[in-house]
Ligand binder design. Structure first.
Ligand code: NI
Length: 149
């Protein structure tokens, strides 16, 4: 495994819409392993592929209850709302309040291409929404009010 460089705000890569991941091979597994290691090293709770310069639709999340890998994730359902503080490894030293759903159901594929559905709530739902937004070039600062930054 290896630590990857995290792309920082100002780089156009963070604003691109990522493409579907089609291959579930050793190469993907290596990148996923590197992403987890990079996220843990940076003490983050999530990391999306574009943040390491790969314009593909996958991300990793770990809010302290184990690693969740989401490949080609789609939010099927949302419920409720929550407002809470968010930061981003691509935007060091900044935080902002963002409104997110309280609970979401996500359909995704695992690293072997198997489709699964997961329902998450609270902070984990927030982290998943944040990472899935990255796959469409959306950053949390697009959703936070300026005066709260
Ligand atoms: Ni982020």
């Amino acid at each position: 495994m290896a630590i990857r460089n995290i792309v920082k705000i100002g780089d156009d890569i963070l604003r691109k819409v990522c493409r579907t991941q089609l291959n579930f091979d050793d190469r993907l597994h290596t990148v996923l392993d590197d992403m987890a290691e990079t996220m843990y090293r940076a003490e983050g709770v999530g990391l999306a592929a574009p943040q390491i310069g790969i314009l593909r639709r996958y991300c990793v999340v770990d809010v302290g209850d184990g690693l969740l890998e989401l490949i080609n994730p789609v939010i099927l359902e949302t419920d409720g709302e929550q407002v809470g503080e968010e930061g981003c490894l691509s935007i060091p030293g900044e935080y902002g309040m963002v409104k997110r759903p309280e609970k979401i159901t996500v359909r995704a594929q695992d690293r072997n291409g198997n489709t699964f559905t997961v329902t998450v709530e609270g902070f984990k739902a927030r982290a998943c929404c944040h990472e899935i937004d990255h796959l469409d070039g959306v950053l949390y600062i697009d959703k936070t009010e300026k005066e709260s930054r």
